[in-house]
Design a protein around this ligand. Structure first.
Ligand code: FNR
Length: 380
């Protein structure tokens, strides 16, 4: 099949582009504003030079690593992404099954389109995290936290980079609404992708993991539900009502990393939301070493943004990350071929990681060090 022949995540992206409507592809693929933060975050990896060691025994390679105190088969997990059933009808449950098969954690988004109970019922024996946005309605947040605990979620991921929605200009241009509506333009597009539209219309309507379904543009949804007044004090409140692990996602500098760890976070995700929020935000991989140095002894340091291969994962680990999250990399697989496409994306990245480790001369994750990477002079 085409999936098996896809030789990289970028090849899955090319298949994805052919399989889903333009507006859905652009929602996934795009970023905020002029997409400067998004492009820089991905281009960073091109400027990295690997410095291998040779004549080391790399006949056996172990990719296991601990995160939040328990083992993951690979040093990367699947980050939270919204509206997943829009990308493929197998949606969050398909993604969760693929993550469980690979032995890695999956974070279900508040903006997910399957309830958190349905995901945990479908994939009980897996590591599940639940990503939370703070609602204007604190009682609704409290209720979600209770449901996540009852449904066996290991960790809450509080995303803090979204007081309001970033300006997603591709969505504006495409007139994207949730759920996607049939307009003259989408009908023309649909005639080329009939199976996607058939599946959208023949499966249950898109509803959210957590919030009462409301239609509109994403900016409208975010604006009506999320609380732009949230502060570090709310993090303290969350720490009191949630007994599990607490991850704060969207930290971009040392001062904030220290503040959220002081407020009780067990881990931070250095992230600019894949360049989908503040355009011109810092490149996460550039912020990572200083943040890891400042808080690495007190909390797990995760990072995401622009990771499209196992080699990129190795770079992030060399730069000080304990664990890595991927977003678009698995969504390209999902759009290309549902659950099987996510399997393929994870398989490709695992093989690439193992190969990179062998060529670098290391046989375990903790051996990946900053001495293995150098940033090339921009003039190259
Ligand atoms: C996201 N991301 C995201 N983050 C979050 O905390 N809650 C969410 O609901 C979403 N939704 C979402 C949708 C889509 C389509 C994308 C691509 C991303 C951000 C995500 O968790 C992660 O930070 C980025 O995707 C990382 O960048 P890469 O790997 O996509 O380059």
């Amino acid at each position: 099949r085409r999936l098996a022949r896809a030789e990289s995540v970028n090849a899955l992206r090319a298949i994805a582009r052919q399989r889903v409507p333009r507006a859905v592809f652009d929602y996934t693929d795009g970023g905020a504003g002029d997409e400067i933060a998004m492009e820089r975050s991905a281009e960073f990896f091109r400027d990295i030079e690997f410095h291998p060691r040779v004549l080391r025994d790399v006949s056996r390679v172990d990719t296991r690593t601990p995160v939040l105190g328990s083992e993951s088969a690979l040093p990367f997990g699947l980050g939270p992404t919204g509206f997943t059933r829009m990308m493929h009808h197998e949606g969050e449950i398909g993604v969760a099954r693929a993550a469980a098969r690979a032995g890695v954690p999956y974070a279900l988004s508040t903006m997910g389109t399957t309830s958190l109970e349905d995901v945990s019922d479908a994939v009980p024996a897996s590591r599940k995290w639940f990503q939370l946005y703070l609602w204007r309605d604190r009682e609704a947040s409290r209720d979600l936290v209770r449901r996540a605990a009852e449904a066996g979620y290991e960790a809450l991921v509080l995303t803090v980079d979204t007081p309001v929605a970033g300006p997603r200009l591709r969505d504006v241009r495409n007139g994207l609404t949730i759920p996607p509506s049939l307009t003259l333009r989408t009908v023309v597009d649909a005639s080329r992708k009939p199976s996607w539209w058939f599946n959208l219309l023949s499966t249950p309507p898109l509803e959210f993991a957590s919030m009462s379904s409301k239609d509109g543009t994403i900016a409208q949804l975010v604006g009506s539900m999320f609380d732009p007044a949230a502060t570090v004090a709310d993090l303290g409140w969350l720490r009191e009502i949630w007994g599990g692990k607490l991850i704060v996602k969207g930290v971009q500098g040392v001062a904030d990393a220290r503040a959220v760890v002081d407020a009780g976070a067990d881990a931070v995700v250095v992230s600019n939301h894949g360049g989908r929020q503040l355009d011109r935000a810092p490149v996460p991989m550039e912020q990572l070493p200083a943040i890891a140095k400042a808080i690495g002894d007190h909390a797990d340091v995760l990072v995401d943004g622009g990771i499209r291969s196992g080699a990129d994962v190795a770079v992030a680990l060399c730069l000080g990350a304990d664990f890595v999250l991927i977003g678009r990399a698995y969504l390209f697989g999902l759009m290309a071929g549902g659950e099987r496409g996510v399997d393929r994306a994870l398989e490709l990245m695992a093989v690439e990681l193992r190969n990179t480790m062998q060529l670098l001369g290391v046989d375990s994750i903790d051996q990946l060090q900053d001495s293995h990477v150098r940033r090339r002079d921009q003039r190259g």
